[in-house]
Design a protein around this ligand. Structure first.
Ligand code: SF4
Length: 353
């Protein structure tokens, strides 16, 4: 048996039943692939169903507002995925009359669709012979062929791609891609795979050379940067203030409380001397009624050190682009997970004063 026969045979016995594997509908497959880009299958499943229920077709997604799409995406992170998918749905409606394109280059040109996602949609929905190369596939191929070049550098990527093409099954592209991805997710896992039970153990270079732990090789990770966020949670009677985040930074399009970002952690006294604080406060008397500090929120390359200042007072002057809303309506807005968690653990915010 060759590599493909072995791996597809393994897949048919061991695969998980997942809804996007039961369909050839490119819209559902696209949706699942975008959700799964940075999300575990168990978490993604729920979002997949929610999205298909709210937007059963490309037309429904294209007609939705960005706020509706972001609200539904809330909690998944990497919100550019949702914004790109929304823009691509509109493009499919205007350029292709709402029919999902059926060739690789048109699929690849959609906003938010990279090489991996284009290959996945092209092979799963249309049976086109494009191999996928995600993290799971990279691990299997690096180990099976004993490729020790860093997989996140051009040379390493090229070697892995060449090796992948050498075993790719052009007659069964969909099954091959599904099989090798599932094999990486369930069998050739990152830490301590059970190689002694593996169907590839007799020809796997990593096990022969004792390199399973070391492969795939990654070059050093970028340094994690710290950012310091001071949120002003304002209680103006039944009202509070929120602001939509702009482009060019994390969480574009999501809503948050007025934010004062500083380059280091600061004390409440220092915050009150900050120019943005003075501008916000104006002539009115405010009182800090609660401080929630020491909150750390991890993002991929950043750690946010966050303090929420709950402040009671009258607001007449709003920060640029901010809006006054009823506190009870806060949950209608798409907010970052950090703020969603804060609201959930401080429910009193929605109904006091
Ligand atoms: S033998 Fe081990 S390292 Fe090699 S493919 Fe199988 S699980 Fe992966």
């Amino acid at each position: 048996m060759n590599f493909s026969e072995k791996i597809i045979g393994w897949y048919l016995k061991n695969k998980r039943e997942l809804p996007w594997r039961e369909t050839k509908d490119p819209y559902a497959i696209w949706l699942s692939e975008i959700i799964l880009q940075q999300t575990r299958v168990t978490q993604g499943l729920d979002y997949f169903h929610r999205f298909l229920e709210a937007f059963p077709t490309i037309f429904h997604l294209a007609e939705a507002t960005e706020d509706e799409v972001l609200k539904l995406w809330q909690g998944l992170g990497y919100y550019s995925r949702a914004r790109n998918m929304h823009a691509a749905a509109r493009e499919i409606v205007t350029t292709y009359g709402g029919v999902f394109p059926d060739n690789y280059s048109a699929i690849r040109s959609l906003k938010g669709v990279g090489d991996y996602t284009a290959a996945a949609i092209a092979s799963f929905a249309f049976g086109l012979p494009y191999p996928v190369m995600d993290g799971n596939v990279i691990r299997v191929i690096s180990r099976y062929f004993g490729i020790a070049e860093p997989c996140d550098k051009a040379e390493g990527k090229a070697q892995i791609q060449k090796a992948l093409y050498s075993v790719f099954d052009t007659k069964h592209p969909s099954e091959f891609n599904q099989a090798i991805m599932e094999f990486g997710a369930l069998q050739c896992i990152p830490a301590n795979p059970t190689c002694k039970n593996c169907i590839l153990k007799d020809s796997c270079v990593a096990i022969e050379k004792g390199m399973v732990k070391e492969l795939p090789v990654k070059s050093s990770k970028p340094a994690v940067k710290s950012r310091f966020f001071n949120y002003l949670v304002i209680h103006d009677g039944d009202d509070t203030i929120i602001k939509q985040r702009g482009p060019g930074d994390i969480w574009q399009g999501l809503y948050e409380f007025p934010l004062i970002e500083t380059s280091v952690a600061i004390s409440p006294g220092e915050l009150m001397k900050h120019p943005d604080w003075k501008y916000l406060k104006g002539k009115h008397s405010w009182k800090i009624i609660k401080i929630h500090s020491g909150i750390r929120h991890k993002l991929s390359h950043r750690i946010l050190h966050v303090t929420f200042y709950e402040i009671a007072g009258k607001i007449n002057r709003l920060p640029l682009g901010a809006m006054k809303i009823k506190k009870e309506n806060l949950m209608d807005f798409a907010v970052p997970v950090l703020i969603e968690k804060y609201l959930k653990t401080n429910k009193s915010l929605l109904c006091f004063y």
